[in-house]
Write a protein that binds this ligand. Structure first.
Ligand code: NG1
Length: 379
């Protein structure tokens, strides 16, 4: 799943070939996302501001006999072979990437879908393990496809919830809903302000003279799952201690002395300020908000690493307007904003500096806001 040199050409032909001559009855795609600002707020019913990116998971689906769902991937090894009625336990399916398929099959069956046998070929250009939601792109594409093929009438919010459910069944990690909503509601050249309580989504245009740079630190996200669950538990405990359902309702005064909760409350404020500045064209305000978010994730929420800090520093030294770790942290990617005309220069200066200090190989790209998940009859 690790593709960094842009969307693959020839995927439809390769996917059709992987179906062994069967004719696809439909194609589904779901993008990954980069979160511009608002991390570790979604599971506190807070605010997030992700952007669906031009990297996606693409499925070609053909009908098959025998009540089985068979899935092949162009990038991942093994064939996933499951009961279409959802009797497989997502936690034990092999190969392990098939757990997402099993989760989605189970969820739509529980919703009342009756799935035919299917042959599915898939391919993803979302870099795995980097905080760009490769697993959500996979779960959304599968849930969207299976819900439609099982004739469920679900709106996009319901698909997002079911895709999250599928992911949690597959991984056991209690994630929030940001990634799935971003993948479903994406719009070209827009970021999305999402209220994770009401699930309202507002698309906000990214000015064309602004570039969103994403750089993978070269550091895999090793601790992300266990630490993630701990951070989430910290936030739930803090809210409980204040007698609140979630930290969404906490004020700064209430959390002043609790760094974890303080991060959530201040990050929500930064997301809203960032959204306002984007809407008003107050571009100069964006960078400092990104930097403040990184500092809060590093110092209060403690999900950064020395390498991510180095990469943020290198991007700032190279002239970025602002930079921050993005996603759960503990490795993975950093996001930065620059003037579009300076993007390539910032990327080359920052990556050279970072590589010199850390000896890691960073992988940069410029991300473009893209449209959300969709179904089509032809690729
Ligand atoms: P990443 O690690 O970027 O896929 C995770 C969660 C999000 C959110 C961010 C932190 C999953 C699937 N996703 O995203 O819901 O909580 O961390 O903001 O667990």
């Amino acid at each position: 799943m690790y593709q960094h040199d842009g969307p693959m050409d020839g995927r439809p032909e390769q996917l059709t070939a992987a179906l062994n001559g069967a004719t696809p009855i439909g194609w589904w795609r779901a993008p990954g996302r980069v979160n511009l600002i608002g991390d570790h707020t979604d599971y506190c019913e807070g605010f997030v501001l992700p952007m669906a990116i031009d990297r996606d998971c693409l499925l070609a689906v053909a009908e098959a006999d025998g009540g089985r769902i068979r899935v092949r991937s162009l990038e991942l090894d093994g064939v996933v072979d499951l009961d279409a009625a959802g009797r497989d336990d997502p936690r034990t399916v092999e190969p392990a990437w098939g757990r997402f398929v099993a989760g989605a099959v189970q969820v739509v069956n529980e919703r009342g879908a009756s799935l035919p046998g299917l042959d599915i070929a898939l391919s993803s250009t979302v870099p795995a393990g980097s905080g760009l939601s490769s697993s959500s792109a996979l779960a959304v594409a599968l849930t969207f496809a299976l819900a439609q093929l099982g004739e469920l009438k679900l709106d996009r919010r319901e698909i997002a919830r079911d895709a999250l459910d599928a992911e949690v069944r597959a991984t056991g990690v209690p994630g929030g809903l940001m990634d799935q909503l971003a993948s479903l509601y994406g719009e070209a050249d827009h970021a999305l302000l999402i209220d994770c309580r009401s699930l309202d989504v507002e698309a906000i245009a990214i000015p064309p003279d602004l570039a969103v740079i994403v750089v993978h630190s070269g550091l895999p996200r090793t601790l992300a799952d266990s630490e993630y669950a701990q951070r989430r538990a910290d936030c739930e405990r803090a809210a409980g201690g204040l007698g609140l359902p979630t930290l969404r309702d906490a004020t700064f005064d209430q959390v002043r002395d609790d760094p974890r909760a303080r991060h959530v409350v201040t990050e929500n404020e930064r997301v809203l300020a960032f959204a306002r500045a984007l809407r008003d064209g107050s571009i100069n305000e964006l960078g400092p908000l990104l930097n403040a978010s990184h500092a809060s994730l590093r110092d209060d929420f403690e999900v950064s690493t020395p390498e991510l800090d180095q990469l943020v520093h290198a991007l700032m030294e190279a002239g970025a307007m602002g930079a921050r770790l993005t996603g759960a942290g503990f490795g993975g990617c950093v996001v930065a904003l620059t003037a579009a005309k300076r993007a390539q220069r910032v990327i080359s200066d920052a990556t050279e500096r970072y590589q010199g200090v850390t000896r890691l190989t960073p992988i940069p790209f410029v991300a473009h806001g893209s449209e959300g998940a969709r179904h089509s009859l032809a690729p």
